[in-house]
Design a protein around this ligand. Sequence first.
Ligand code: BGC
Length: 267
Amino acid sequence: MQSPLAGQKAIVTGASSGIGRAVAIAMGRAGADVLVNFVSSPDAAEQVARQIRASGSKAIVYKADVSNESEVAEMFAHARAEFGTVDILVANAGLQQDAAFTEMTLAQWNKVISVNLGGQFLCAREAVKEFRRRGVVANVSKAAGKIICMSSVHQVIPWGGHVNYAASKGGIDLLMRSLAQEVAPERIRVNSIAPGAIRTPINRDAWETPEAYKRLMTLIPYGRIGEPEDIGKAAVWLASDESDYVVGTTLFVDGGMTLYPGFSDNG
Ligand code: BGC
């Protein structure tokens, strides 16, 4: 299918860099008009929007902090005003504030939980309201709307030194599945993508030098780091009618990281 998302409107949060950027560009290429949300890099967001426009779709940039209730509500109102509706939410915005457990401040804990988990709650809540208001539109999508939560392999793999981040991703799993159960009868599909190590700024230390990359490869059976485009393709599929019967699932896109390769010659 050439334009599996033709005629659809997407909001991608945290879309000025990394995975969000690749997802926004992939959605635009797949035919969706995209609201490119950012919080601190307007120029980078505008660049993403330009790439989307070059592929023939509409794109608008919008600054909002996903952990701020009124900013999220205004972002959805803006998308409605510009695009008429929203068909797809990719709740992607997230961050890390790493610290050894006893060094971790309450501020670091709260920041990561409120952006990574609270932000997905706030965005998904607005999305569900809009999907419910509009319902299923024939010839646009079989579903009334699709939500893709950006999780992580760390929704299942414990991660010392990152308990705030791992807790936020573990929380996303049951946020996603509980919400999926609640709204599936309204033909709203909620799913997650759990990326492994993807080449983005968030984990630069893990891949930038040959030594770091070699060490990282001991965690990845498939033998390469993930590229942001790997996640973009998965997101397009999960948002399209090609995955219409996929409801409440986490799609791991991780080169086998969750196969626990340390056990291949041990245990
Ligand atoms: C983290 C990255 C990490 C990857 C695999 C992601 O969720 O944000 O920093 O490299 O998981 O451990």
